[in-house]
Design a protein around this ligand. Sequence first.
Ligand SMILES: Nc1ncnc2c1ncn2[C@@H]1O[C@H](COP(=O)(O)OP(=O)(O)OP(=O)(O)O)[C@@H](O)[C@H]1O
Ligand SMILES: [Mg+2]
Length: 436
Amino acid sequence: MIKSLRGRLFAGLTAIILLTGLIGGLFAHHWAFNEAIEMQDSVLIQIASLVQAGSLTGGRELHGVDEDAEVWLIDQAATPQASGDEARLWSVKDGLALATRKGQPIRVLLRTRPDGTRFAVAQRTSVRDEIASDMAFRTVLPIAALIPCLLLVTAIVVARSLRPMVRLADDLDGRRADDMTLLPAGQMPSELHPFIASINGLLQRVGLLMDQQRRFVADAAHELRTPITALSLQAENLDAVDLPANARGRVVALRQGIGRTRHLLDQLLALARQDAGQDDTRAMPVVKLDDVAKEVVADLLPEATGRGVDLGFARLEPALVRGEAVILAAVVRNLLDNALRFTPQGGRIDTCVYRDGDAALLQIEDSGPGVASAELGRIFDPFFRGQRPAGDGAGLGLSIVKRIVDRLEGTIEAVNLAEGGRSGLRVLVKLPGADA
Ligand SMILES: Nc1ncnc2c1ncn2[C@@H]1O[C@H](COP(=O)(O)OP(=O)(O)OP(=O)(O)O)[C@@H](O)[C@H]1O
Ligand SMILES: [Mg+2]
């Protein structure tokens, strides 16, 4: 059973074409053959009429009536003492008949002249058949030649008719997972309309569900921020209170826990806000990526210096992109935050911003341990933190970055640095460059 619709259509149509061609060819051959035989009979009749009228006289065998067709004129007068086949020939009545001559089957037309003498116009059956087959074959030839052309046209028509379906599938396959844009039914064949309507219905429902979920996460994170802020204020107030030494240690742990929770809520909010943002990059303002990076690096410099990490730019060139300064800053901040977290004291973090052709590039290289190669493919997944997480991460930073980069129609890749015995992670973000 052929699974593909195209294959099935083509096989069915091919069978029909071949069958029609075969039946048509057989009938055409049969008719043409009979017609040719009849035509040759009428030639015999015409020759006989000419002979009878005296316009054609000949000897024992008349050639030249029709050289190729091997038509003979046999006069009974020329063979008075006939025997065998010849004698049997003259015993046949006037008219068309089948006979044998010199051991070969022939078609003869016998006639009697007014003076009583008889003659025969004869033709070898094998020659007649050959001529008839030839003519029949020439009738069938165009049909046979037409079949490959028909098959070719069928293949083209089938492929063309199914192309909208293939295009539809490609469109769906090539989509981002969260792209809920409805499929256009306009130029599609009407047979596909119910199908497209169903898919669009599904897309709408899934979109609605995703919106609800996003709003829920955003609301929950937002609602949780107020009590967490209150909690952290209370914990800070505890600093002023005279506490025994062991209780002070607990307060520090408590404040760290609250800090982690706040960070998680901030990341969740950032993610939810990112998902709810508008999708059309062309409507976004042009932002100087180099300026954004400079600001974030300046912000993080005190922390880096405090940790003994050399944070700076290895390359800083003007690079314009379409986006929002806040979300671009979130990209740079999350990447630098990771680099800082994983780079040991005395290490360095090199930031590069530059333009390469049509793309604006942001590259961050640290001198930390890098990411285990088995984990490299998963670090952009939400809540993934790997085997050796450092610090109080929520595991959301890179997934936020990835979503932002996707939305800005850019790409992001992370590779471990291995050259020259050094370790570390290099993250390269490529965004479509914009013009001023
Ligand atoms: N520069 C890096 N060096 C080594 N490992 C890294 C680096 N950046 C990311 N990773 C690995 O990828 C994981 C996911 O990073 P991601 O930024 O998404 O989460 P996080 O930093 O743990 O938490 P968050 O960013 O939400 O605070 C990290 O937990 C870590 O295992
Ligand atoms: Mg992070």
